[in-house]
Design a protein around this ligand. Structure first.
Ligand code: ADP
Ligand code: MG
Ligand code: ZN
Length: 573
C-alpha cells in the first residue's frame, strides 16, 4: 500500500520507539501522552511530563535513552527504587546499571568501562551520588543521550516530598548543555510544576499534564468513630475482611501501627505483611517479593516505605491514617487498580489526624512561606475528606482540571450527604473558643455553648457565648467542631494529651464572622435536641438569676479581665 503523503519527519523514530516498546516490554502501543512525550525527547527537546501513577512514565525516558546515541542518565530518589528498576530492565535485556553507595568498587569500574565502550543505555544515580565531583567529571567525558529526573516533584518545596538534594539538579543544565532533559512526576499542582521548571532550568521545555482521572477507582472517605486506635484498627480489620481474598495495601502512619495491624489481620486469617523502613533491607525485599508474588496478600506499610513497586492487581488501598496532602493521597490510592480493573481507595480520618499532621509540620525547620503552603495542603486534604463534593472531582480540580465532572461512583456521588448550612453555628463555636480565651478543649467548649457547664464559674456564664448553642445537642456540636477542624477554622493544640481548641487560619475565621464564608456541615445531620430547647439555659444558671456582666467582671483577676476586654474589642472590629 502506498502512502498518499510523506510521513512527518519524526515518524521513523516513532516506529522504532513502538517496535522497542513491543519487543522489550511487550506492550502493543503507547498509551495516554506517552507517545507525545517520547516523540519530543527523541527530537532532543526538554520535557516536563506529569502522568498518573502507573501511567508508564519510565518508558518515556527509557526508550529515548535506548534509541538516542549515548548514555541515558536517570536521577532517582531512592536506592530501593533504582535497584528494582535496574533489575527489571536487565531481565528484559536492557543494558542498564546503577551507581549507588551499595555498589562495590570493582563493579563501579566495570560500569564506567561499559559506559565508555558505549555498551550502556541507562545509568541510574541518586542525587547525592551526582553531587560528587568525580561523577560529574566522568559523565562529562561521555556522550549523553538524555538526563531523566524521575519523581521530579521532589525538586519543589511546594510539592509533597521535597528532597534538598534535588534542588541542586538545576546545575545539570549548565554542565551538560545540549543534552535533553526530561522531568517526570505523578503529582504536581500548577505551582509545583512552575517551580520544577524554574529549579531545573527547563525554561523551554514541552510540558505535558495528563488528566488525573482514574475512572476505575472507587473512592470512599470515612470519619474515624473516635480517636481510639483500637476502634480504628478494628474498622480496618473489618474493611479488609469485607474484601477477603483480594490483594490490597493498608497505609499506616507509624511502624508500630504497621506491625500491630498486620498482627491483627493475620489473626483473622488474612495474609498480611508488615513493611516499613525499620526493617533490614534484605528482610524488606523478601517481604515485598512475597507480596508481589502471592494472590490475596495485604501489605501493611508506612507511607514513606512504599515507593516505586508495581503490582497491577492491587484491588484496594486503605488509609488507616490519612496522608499529608492531596498529592500524596492521589499517589497512594494510585497503587490500586493499575491493571485498569475496578479497585477501591478507602481513607479513614479523624480530628486527631489533622492535628498530628499540622504538628509535624510545625516541628520542621523550614521557610515560613513554605510552611504556610504545606499547612494549606494539609487543610485542603482534610477539607476534601470531610467535604460533600465528589472526591475525584475535588482532587482533579485541585490539580487544575477545571472541567472535571462528578465520577458517579465515589461515596459522595452514590449517597450524597445531607448538608446543612452551619455558618451560624460556626460563628457561635468560633466566638465561644475566642471568648474562652482558647484555653479549653472540645468538651468544655460544647458544654459552654449548650449552657451545660458543670461547676459553672461566674465569669463563664457572663460571657455572651454561654448557652447560645442550647438548641443543638452536644453530638451536633461535635460534628460542627470536627468539621471546623477539618476546614482549618479551628485547630487543636495537643497540650500534652489534653487538646485545646484554638482559632485557625485568621483570614478564614474573619470570613466566617463576616458571613463572607459559609460553612456546610455534611455527613451527619445536626441533631436538634428538644429537651434543651425550652428556656434559655442562661436563666437556669447556677445560683438562680444571671449576674450582670459588669458584676462578674468585677470578680475577675485584673489580667483575666484585661484579656476579655481585648477580645471584646477585637470582636467589635
Ligand atoms: P509510573 O508512571 O508510575 O512510573 P511505570 O513506568 O512504573 O509507571 O509503569 C507502570 C506499569 O505500566 C509498568 O508495568 C509498565 O510496564 C506498564 N506500561 C507502561 N507503558 C505501557 C503501555 N504503553 N501499555 C501497557 N502497559 C504499559
Ligand atoms: Mg515511576
Ligand atoms: Zn464522585
Amino acid at each position: 500500500m502506498l502512502a498518499e503523503s510523506p510521513p512527518p519527519a519524526a515518524a521513523p523514530d516513532m516506529a522504532r520507539a513502538r517496535e522497542t516498546l513491543e519487543r522489550v516490554w511487550g506492550h502493543a502501543d503507547f498509551r495516554g501522552l506517552q507517545a507525545s512525550v517520547v516523540e519530543q525527547v527523541l527530537a532532543g527537546r526538554d520535557v516536563l511530563a506529569v502522568l498518573p501513577t502507573g501511567g508508564g512514565k519510565s518508558v518515556c525516558y527509557q526508550i529515548p535513552a535506548m534509541l538516542r546515541p549515548g548514555l541515558g542518565l536517570v536521577v532517582s530518589p531512592l536506592i530501593a527504587l533504582m535497584t528494582d528498576q535496574v533489575e527489571a530492565l536487565k531481565q528484559q535485556g536492557v543494558r542498564a546499571a546503577r551507581l549507588d553507595s551499595g555498589v562495590s568498587l570493582t563493579d563501579r569500574s566495570a560500569i564506567w568501562d561499559a559506559a565508555r565502550a558505549g555498551e550502556l543505555d541507562l545509568l541510574y544515580v541518586s542525587p547525592e551520588g551526582l553531587a560528587q565531583p568525580h561523577m560529574i567529571d566522568r559523565l562529562a567525558s561521555l556522550p549523553l543521550a538524555l538526563i531523566a529526573i524521575d519523581e521530579a516533584h521532589c525538586v519543589s518545596q511546594w510539592g509533597h516530598d521535597f528532597r534538598p538534594d534535588y534542588r541542586d539538579l538545576g546545575r545539570l543544565a549548565g554542565m551538560f548543555p545540549g543534552v535533553p532533559r526530561i522531568a517526570v512526576t505523578a503529582t504536581a499542582d500548577a505551582r509545583t510544576r512552575d517551580d520544577i521548571l524554574a529549579s531545573l532550568r527547563l525554561s523551554d521545555a514541552a510540558v505535558f499534564v495528563d488528566s488525573f482521572d482514574r475512572p476505575n477507582l472507587q473512592l470512599i472517605a470515612e470519619r474515624k468513630v473516635n480517636g481510639s486506635r483500637a476502634r480504628t484498627d478494628a474498622r480496618v480489620v473489618e474493611l479488609v475482611g469485607e474484601r477477603s481474598g483480594k490483594s490490597g495495601v493498608v497505609y499506616c502512619g507509624s511502624r508500630d501501627g504497621c506491625e500491630r495491624l498486620a498482627d491483627q489481620l493475620r489473626q483473622t486469617g488474612v495474609h498480611a505483611i508488615a513493611y516499613h523502613a525499620g526493617m533490614a533491607p534484605a528482610e524488606r525485599d523478601k517481604r515485598l517479593e512475597r507480596f508481589l508474588a502471592e494472590d490475596g496478600a495485604v501489605m501493611v506499610a508506612t507511607i514513606a516505605s512504599a515507593w516505586g513497586w508495581d503490582k497491577p492487581d492491587v484491588r484496594f488501598v486503605i488509609h488507616a491514617d490519612p496522608p499529608g496532602s492531596l498529592e500524596a493521597y492521589w499517589q497512594e490510592i494510585g497503587r490500586a487498580g493499575r491493571d485498569g480493573e475496578p479497585a477501591e481507595g478507602v481513607t479513614l480520618y479523624g480530628p486527631s489526624d489533622i492535628a498530628w499532621a499540622l504538628r509535624r509540620l510545625d516541628g520542621r525547620p523550614m521557610d515560613e512561606t513554605v510552611k504556610q503552603v504545606q499547612v494549606r495542603k494539609v487543610r485542603q486534604l482534610f477539607a476534601m475528606l470531610d467535604g460533600a463534593a465528589c472526591r475525584p472531582q475535588a482532587v482533579r480540580r485541585y490539580f487544575g482540571e477545571t472541567d472535571a465532572k462528578p465520577c458517579g461512583q465515589c461515596d459522595v456521588c452514590l449517597d450524597p450527604p445531607q448538608t446543612h448550612d452551619a455558618t451560624v453555628q460556626a460563628q457561635k463555636a468560633l466566638a465561644a473558643v475566642q471568648r474562652l480565651d482558647q484555653r479549653f478543649g472540645r468538651g468544655r467548649v460544647i458544654d459552654h455553648l449548650t449552657g451545660r457547664t458543670k461547676d459553672v464559674q461566674g465569669w463563664e456564664t457572663a460571657l455572651s457565648t454561654w448557652g447560645v448553642g442550647a438548641d443543638i445537642s452536644p453530638n451536633g456540636w461535635r460534628e460542627v467542631i470536627d468539621h471546623l477542624l477539618f476546614e482549618g477554622l479551628l485547630e487543636e493544640d495537643p497540650n500534652e494529651g489534653k487538646p485545646l481548641l484554638r482559632l485557625g487560619d485568621p483570614e478564614a475565621v474573619r470570613g466566617v464572622y463576616r458571613g463572607e464564608r459559609t460553612v456546610e456541615v455534611a455527613r451527619v445531620p445536626l441533631r436538634h435536641d428538644p429537651t434543651t430547647r425550652s428556656g434559655n439555659p442562661r436563666q437556669r444558671g447556677a445560683g438562680g438569676g444571671r449576674q450582670s456582666r459588669a458584676a462578674v467582671l468585677e470578680t475577675l483577676p485584673a489580667d483575666v479581665r484585661e484579656r476579655f476586654e481585648v477580645l471584646r474589642a477585637w470582636r467589635r472590629d
